[in-house]
Design a protein. Structure first.
Length: 605
């Protein structure tokens, strides 16, 4: 059978997963009466809620006698560890670009990786039915992007289709607004070469994805690079240096048909398959015939730039809301994550009760924390910190390219805030519809916690995209949060009578009746210093009635409730976020006020 392996790459929200859904429907992968969820590819809960792709997933469709293996890739740079490996499994890419937003930083990141591997893209301008489409300018932007990324003449001569993924049509003609995706299927078959791999050499296979199955154990996914593998064939796993890690048998082989994995008896060079039977082999290992001793070269993964401390929850409320609270459970879960996600590094702290987890960005680590709390874990999370490096005696730090689209009236505020955070403006241009696109080069350190502030500065209309750029010179001191916090001075329940007067001091994070403990942060102080308060003071009952009905109930403003991301971005170095399956609380690292004073004196010294 004819075979084509492609990856679909695009910036987040440019309609990649929706387009794949339509490819399924029009190739007959789904029966007409089959109930399929919208965006079938985004299958885990967090992907559905956030509307983003986090995990890369291979699928397969059949069209006119050709099997097309499609890998849907994540659009966020935080999950870039997935993208780099996936591209080594395919022979071509479909680059999807929004007809209005054009080439975005994320497009640049993934496209750069694809062009460097010599892949020839098919460009699909998606959402051509948008009222604010600017198809020609977008195509010029894509061409400029390819030139900047040093594409070859062959890569610059890319075919273009104009499509609407939601309405299920693609065409060579930018003015057409109906039809089917037939032209896209045809373009893939004509433009993407079939795998040119050696079927007669001994079997070899590079692991690009790893997941677990309750029945099969470790399931390794990748593309067969050479030869043929049959069920129960003896195999061994090599690490990147060619050392044998383990020997075993291919107890089960599975191929992709639509969204399902179906068992097959054998797989040949070029096939994307999942293999079970090994218990130690992991991502970037080579699985091969026992006579092979040279591993397949794996793509190097960009290094982590940010780390957070994951600690055992030691607050007075520990163990009340979650079921997984011990350091051993947290350690096992983090080690399992590091195994399947190569962009994450976990190191155990000397006290054995906390772990340093390094990753690509706040979003990636935020998704991990959110996943763990849903599994029943309780954790104490520290403020994210960037990972510095020492290059030739110079301290360097990670920088990011930040592309911001804002209404013109907010651009002054955004430029001012980015300057305070040591960001340098590299480009500013109108992007149509009264919006301005501003590009900055900024240290990652300055961007921690800025997103929430950015949204309120732009009244929720601004869009910010970030991408790791380089390690550059250290930028010196960056001002952090300006306000202090209100700290509970005891344990008990919050009382309206006490919270009423505290509202004058700042913004409250807790409401009446909430359980509090000493050292817990209950609000933001309007002034710069921290303030210890008593939010549990109840009204003294007397048998005298107040004159003029002064006993009316206190009317409180609803408290400000933070999401996990907002809480992590808000806290300072001496604070933590207590995360449980039902609650997110802010607290001081040292709950006892005397310990806090000692710690701040030691820091000052």
């Amino acid at each position: 059978m004819n075979l084509r392996n492609i990856a679909i790459i695009a910036h987040v929200d440019h309609g990649k997963t929706t387009l794949v859904d339509q490819l399924f429907r029009q190739s007959g992968t789904f029966r007409d009466n089959q109930r399929v969820e919208e965006r079938a590819m985004d299958s885990n809960d967090l992907e559905k809620e956030r509307g983003i792709t986090i995990l890369a997933k291979p699928t397969s469709i059949e069209w006119n006698g050709t099997r097309i293996n499609i890998v849907d890739t994540p659009g966020h740079a935080d999950f870039g560890g997935e993208v780099e490996r996936i591209l080594s499994m395919v022979d071509g890419v479909v680059l999807l670009v929004d007809s209005s937003e054009g080439a975005m930083p994320q497009t640049k990141f993934v496209t750069g990786k694809a062009l460097a591997l010599g892949l020839k893209p098919i460009v699909v301008v998606n959402k051509v039915d948008r009222p604010d489409e600017r198809i020609q300018e977008v195509l010029d932007e894509v061409f400029d992007l390819f030139v900047t990324l040093e594409a070859t003449d062959e890569q610059l001569d890319f075919p273009v289709l104009y499509a609407s993924g939601r309405n299920g049509y693609a065409s060579d003609d930018p003015t057409r607004r109906e039809g089917t995706l037939e032209p896209l299927f045809q373009k893939i078959v004509d433009h993407v070469p079939p795998p040119s791999l050696d079927q007669d050499a001994p079997f070899s296979f590079l692991v690009t994805l790893l997941d677990r199955d309750n029945f099969l154990g470790r399931v390794l996914t990748g593309r067969v690079q050479s030869g043929v593998v049959k069920v129960n064939q003896p195999i061994h796993a090599l690490d990147m240096d060619g050392k044998v890690i383990e020997t075993g048998r291919a107890s089960k082989l599975m191929s992709f048909r639509g969204l399902e994995r179906v068992p097959v008896e054998e797989a040949r060079a070029g096939d994307i398959i999942s293999l079970a039977g090994l218990s130690v082999a992991t991502v970037s290992n080579t699985i091969c015939d026992t006579e092979v001793s040279i591993p397949i070269q794996a793509q190097p993964i960009d290094p982590p730039t940010l780390s957070m401390r994951f600690a055992v929850n030691d607050s007075p409320m520990a163990g009340r809301e979650g079921t997984k609270v011990t350091s051993r459970m947290i350690r096992d879960r983090l080690m399992r994550e590091a195994e399947t996600n190569v962009a994450i590094k976990v190191t155990e702290a000397a006290d054995k009760d906390s772990f340093e987890v390094a990753g690509r960005g706040e979003l990636q680590l935020g998704v991990l924390i959110e996943t763990m709390r849903r599994e029943g874990f309780e954790l104490g999370i520290s403020r994210p910190r960037v990972l510095f490096r020492d290059e030739n005696g110079q301290k360097t730090e990670p920088y990011e390219t930040v592309v911001i689209d804002v209404d013109e009236e907010h651009s002054g505020t955004v430029v001012d805030k980015m300057n305070q955070r040591k960001g340098e403006m590299t480009d500013m241009r109108p992007s149509g519809g009264g919006k301005t696109r501003i590009t900055f080069s900024a240290p990652s350190r300055g961007l921690i916690g800025y997103h929430g502030e950015f949204l309120s500065d732009t009244r929720g209309t601004g869009i910010m995209n970030r991408l790791f750029e380089k390690y550059g010179p250290h930028k010196g001191q960056i001002e952090g949060r300006k306000n202090g916090v209100l700290i509970s001075n005891g344990n008990g329940e919050a009382q309206s009578y006490a919270l009423g007067p505290l509202e004058d001091r700042g913004i409250l994070f807790v409401g009446h009746g909430e359980a509090l403990y000493e050292g817990m942060i209950i609000g933001e102080n309007a002034k710069t210093e921290d303030l210890e308060v008593n939010p549990m003071k109840a009204k003294q009952l007397t048998n005298f009635r107040a004159s003029g009905g002064k006993d009316d109930a206190v009317r409180l403003t609803p408290p400000k409730k933070m999401t996990l991301e907002q809480a992590i971005a808000y806290i300072d170095d001496d604070e933590m976020v207590e995360v449980t399956p039902t609650k997110i609380r802010l607290r001081k690292r040292h709950l006892d006020p005397n310990e806090r004073k000692r710690a701040s004196r030691a820091k000052a010294a």
